[in-house]
Design a binder for this molecule. Structure first.
Ligand code: ADP
Ligand code: F6P
Length: 473
């Protein structure tokens, strides 16, 4: 069996017990602990003239290799191109997009640096799995250095439609970078359609049935691999929370009221101002819920060095304060707003107690919180998921109340419906959702991607003169 090498910007250190907010680190920790292998990524440290070689250490079956970055390169790479350009682009927020040539160059420099540092750690038959938009050019850099083994890429965030994607000045270069992978995984069929349409209509690539793509003299496959969660672990944590001290404290604080819960990194893609506004609208237009429901929004701080995230934080503090100012009673605070991370077990206890899970991003690749909320429910008395139609999870979780996150009144109506929904309908909707959460777990996701990466190049056939010429219908 080939050794698995995972590359990601964030690496969940084995020493940290506290949960890190962010779907990717959570998912990869699950994936690698099963199979063992090498996890290569950023150390979280910056240093002027950083060493070329990473710090390497082992924990259990996983070898970690962590690389320091030059502070200016790290800024250009992470806050600049990855989160100032690609993140807003892929989340359809063109108004927030900035593009600076210096950031693009810094992004490429960091990818070159990563490739140079990774190469000496590789064996020829290693299988490399690169994660997320921080490292799109990594395969091209590794190929330049002579690595010929299998390399796959998974894009955890949405892939935008061509009209949006074309706003990126470096659009063609970035997809050219993708073509150095053997397999490119996206979250949903919509994302696949968007990328393939761009390739065939804008840069004269060709698409064979089954998603094999030809671009210049290269072939690669593009397919959807919707990510899942460790459903069993979440069920166990949620069941274990029954009768726990945390559950007791939570129940005592709620004093018999219903709970609506939201758990999102403090990110503008998550639609938090709209969610707050919708909760305010619920209390305004459905006054029967006043003093009867509490909303808890857990929103750990994220990317605080980026100006838009600082502005969002201020906006939410103002909106949250306004809702509590308008509706609070001396014995009831409608909105609890917390900027801190929690252990998975605590999150599971909160999800399970919540009659409504409110997951309303303006765009989201998948959204694991939606799946975690479903897994944590009591099958006999489950809560209802109010879910944005623009989250990748909406493709699978058809038992949810699907909403348009731009429609504040529509979201308030869905919250009202969830709060008054009869038990039988809640059970039926939950069963529909849980079936998906249980069958497409993080383990299935990982296995599917790795199986496909293992064999994908066999399907391409030998390089021949038709490569890059014909455009099969
Ligand atoms: P994203 O990857 O954009 O952050 P996801 O919903 O896909 O969004 O994944 C978020 C992950 O981070 C989930 O596994 C969730 O449990 C975790 N998470 C979010 N908020 C917290 C928090 N406050 N404490 C601990 N984990 C959190
Ligand atoms: O899932 C998208 C993602 O950008 C991950 O790559 C990342 O781990 C997570 O969100 C949290 O973001 P960041 O690593 O920038 O804190």
């Amino acid at each position: 069996m080939a050794r698995l090498v995972i590359v990601s910007n964030r690496v969940a250190s084995p020493k940290e017990r506290a949960a890190k907010a962010g779907g990717l680190a959570v998912a990869l920790r699950e994936a690698l602990s099963q199979r063992g292998g090498l996890w290569f990524g950023w150390s979280g440290e910056t240093e002027v003239n950083p060493p070329e070689a990473p710090k390497v250490f082992r924990s259990g079956r996983v070898t970690y290799a962590l690389l320091d970055l030059d502070p200016e390169d790290q800024r250009a790479h992470y806050a600049g191109y990855a989160n100032g350009t690609l993140w807003p682009l892929c989340h359809y927020r063109l108004g927030l997009l900035t593009f600076r040539r210096a950031d693009w160059e810094g992004y490429r420099r960091v990818n070159e640096h990563f490739a140079r540092a990774l190469l000496p750690l590789l064996k020829p038959d290693d299988m490399i799995w690169v994660h997320d938009y921080h490292f799109i050019p990594l395969a091209a850099e590794l190929r330049k250095l002579g690595f010929a083994g299998r390399i796959g890429y998974f894009h955890h965030i949405p892939w935008p439609t061509p009209e949006v994607y074309l706003s990126l000045p470096s659009h063609a270069a970035l997809v050219d970078d993708l073509s150095h992978y053997d397999l490119v995984g996206l979250q949903t069929e919509n994302d696949v359609r968007a990328l393939l349409t761009y390739i065939s209509s804008e840069i004269r690539g060709w698409i064979a049935p089954g998603g094999t793509v030809g671009l210049k003299d290269r072939r690669f496959r593009v397919a959807a691999y919707p990510i899942g969660i460790d459903a069993d672990a979440f069920v166990k944590d949620a069941v274990k929370s029954v009768g726990s001290e945390e559950e007791r404290r939570l129940n005592e604080s709620l004093a018999g009221r219903d709970l609506a819960v939201g758990v999102d990194r403090l990110d503008y893609s998550k639609g938090l101002p709209g969610k707050f506004a919708a909760f305010g609208e619920l209390l305004r237009s459905y006054p029967e819920h006043r003093s009867k429901v509490t909303m808890m929004q857990v929103a750990p701080l994220s990317r605080s060095e980026v100006a838009e995230y600082q502005a969002l934080r201020r906006e939410l503090e103002e909106l949250g304060g306004a809702i509590n100012g308008e509706f609070a009673e001396f014995d009831w605070v409608p909105l609890r707003y917390l900027n801190r991370p929690f252990q998975r077990a605590t999150l599971a206890a909160i999800y399970r107690r919540a009659r409504v899970g409110v997951v309303t991003p303006l765009r989201d690749g998948m959204n694991l919180v939606a799946k975690e909320y479903i897994a944590a429910q009591d099958p006999e008395n489950p809560g209802v998921l109010v879910l944005s139609r623009f989250a990748g999870a909406a493709d699978e979780l058809k038992g949810s109340l699907l909403v348009n996150p731009y429609d504040i009144e529509g979201m308030a109506a869905a919250m009202d419906r969830a709060l008054i929904m009869p038990l039988e309908e809640r059970r039926e909707r939950w069963r529909t959702n849980m079936e998906k959460v249980e069958t497409n777990t993080i383990h299935h996701w990982c296995q599917r991607f790795i199986d496909e990466l293992t064999t994908v190049t066999d399907q391409f056939g030998p390089a021949g003169e038709t490569w890059g010429h014909a455009r099969p219908q």
